[in-house]
Each structure stands twice: as C-alpha cells, then as structure tokens.
Write a protein that binds this ligand. Structure first.
Ligand code: NAP
Length: 248
C-alpha cells in the first residue's frame, strides 16, 4: 500500500520537521499551510530530495469547505491518505482571561479544535473499514499546556489543547475496531516561531530554567514521536499520549 501523509501546518516548525522525517521513510507528503507559501515550498523541496511525491496545499483547516477540498486534492494527486498529522495551531499574545475578547477566544478554539475535528472526519471517511477503507493512523499534536493550563499567558490555548486530548480519547475508541489508531503527542517548550506570535520570541529561553531538563526541545524531537505513532512500530497503541516536555 502507498503511504500518504497529510500534515496540517506542515510548512513551519514541528510540522516541517515531521514532513521531512516522513519523506525520509518513503511517505508521499501533503504539506498544508494557511498563508506562508514560501515556507511551504522550501519544505517541499527538502521533502522531494528523498524521492517521494510532495504537494503543498493552501487551506484554512478551521473551515470545512477548505478541508474537504484539501482531502480531495490529496486523493487526486497523491492517493488515499494513510496517515493524518493534526498539527496546525496558533497562540495569541499573552494575557489574562479577563482581558480576552470573544473574537480572540473563538479564533483560538476554531483554529486549534474545529480544524482537528474536521480533518479527522475526512480521514475517517477514507481510512475506516466502515467505508471500505484500508485503515490508517491519526496523530494529534496537543501540548503540555493541556495539563498546566497556562495561567496568565493563554488559558484559551491551553483549553483548546485539553479538548484535543479528549478528542484523542473518544475518537480512538470510536474507530479502534475499524482499522484506525488515534494517538497524541504533548510537546512542552519547543524552539519554533510560534512564540513570536505569542508576543515573546525568547519565551523558551526564559522559561527553560524551570524545566527539570533545563532546556527547550527541538522540533525534530517531536517529529520522531509523531512518526513512531504513525507507523506499525506502535501497532498496539491507540488513545495513547506521549509527553515530550523535558520532564514538565
Ligand atoms: P508554528 O511554527 O507557528 O507553525 C504553525 C503552522 O500552522 C504553520 O505551518 C501555519 O501555516 C499553520 N497554520 C496556522 N493556522 C492554520 C490554519 N488555520 N490552517 C492551516 N494551517 C495553519 O507552530 P509550531 O510551534 O510548529 O506548532 C505546531 C503544533 O505544535 C501546534 O498545534 C502547537 O500548538 C503545538 N505545540 C507547539 C509547542 C511549541 O513550543 N512550539 C508546544 C506545544 C505544542 P502559515 O505559516 O501559512 O500560517
């Protein structure tokens, strides 16, 4: 069977490292992104060096029509998806809950939660034996924030990741007998541009002293776990969580 992975938010940070690791292991790769086509194309050229097919698809995955279109393009250009990595996510500038606008809260929740639901829905319709599919894997990228709650910084973001943990638990049981495994990784403080969007580019270096391992993580260290959960190496694992947070 041809191995085809869709990585939402595959153009930067953790998603980009994940795309390259899957390509090294003979997966054909769909890199999804929202707006930064230049970064997506850079990752695609690294992916193609490994001799696999790669397409970049612009889609806001919080919108169902765009998700449906994304999966249809993958069907047509790469073949049926066998692995989904739900990874696209955002934070907004740090603040207390009593300062947050409704618009901000809704943007965080739809980008970080609705998107994972919509992509999982399309993946299940292709992978599940209920729809004559051949099975597959879904890995959800959550966060250690789902456990810490991120007070004074972004409770909205942390709560969105709590929802992803629950999605993982529920969906894993719902489709376990249909050939689909659903697992989750919870990164801690990882060196990516996401912290710039949160208003503090140097956040990892400021906070790392408080971590048991006294260092931030690299995107490649997260990609390894995502990849393991997406392959037969983890064949008896579903509804599982891997915490990659330096002991946090
Ligand atoms: P990043 O470097 O900021 O990259 C975010 C990616 O998501 C980009 O490819 C971006 O595309 C894409 N994206 C954002 N909104 C989107 C949307 N609506 N539709 C489609 N794509 C969208 O982020 P990262 O740090 O690698 O984070 C990846 C995942 O890990 C997220 O779920 C995040 O919550 C989680 N995580 C990160 C950390 C950390 O410390 N970095 C810790 C724990 C968990 P464009 O560039 O085109 O907008």
């Amino acid at each position: 069977m041809k191995n085809v992975v869709i990585i939402t938010g595959g153009s930067r940070g953790i998603g980009a490292e994940t795309a390259i690791l899957f390509a090294k292991n003979n997966f054909h790769v769909c890199i999804n992104y929202k707006s930064d086509v230049e970064s997506a194309n850079k990752v695609a050229s690294q992916v193609r060096k490994h001799g696999v097919d790669c397409i970049c698809i612009q889609a806001d995955v919080s919108k169902e029509a765009e998700v449906i279109q994304l999966f249809k393009q993958v069907d047509a250009q790469l073949g049926c998806v066998t692995a989904l990595v739900n990874n696209a996510g955002i934070i907004q500038p740090q603040m207390r809950l009593d300062e947050m606008s409704q618009e901000r809260i809704n943007t965080i929740l739809t980008t970080n939660i609705t998107s994972y639901f919509l992509c999982a829905k399309e993946a299940v319709k292709r992978m599940s034996s209920r729809y004559s599919g051949n099975g597959g894997t879904i890995v959800n990228v959550s966060s250690a924030a789902s456990r810490t709650g991120s007070p004074n910084e972004y409770i909205d973001y942390a709560s969105s990741k709590g929802a992803i943990d629950t999605l993982t638990t529920g969906l894993s049981k719902e489709v376990a007998a249909e050939g689909i495994r659903v697992n989750c990784v919870r990164p801690g403080l990882i060196y990516t541009d996401m912290h710039t969007d949160g208003g503090e580019p140097e956040r990892v270096d400021r906070v790392k002293e408080f971590l048991p391992m006294k260092r931030g993580g690299q995107p490649a260290e997260i990609a390894e776990a995502i990849f393991w959960l997406s392959t037969d190496k983890s064949s008896y694992s579903t509804g599982s969580f891997i915490d990659l947070s330096g002991g946090l």
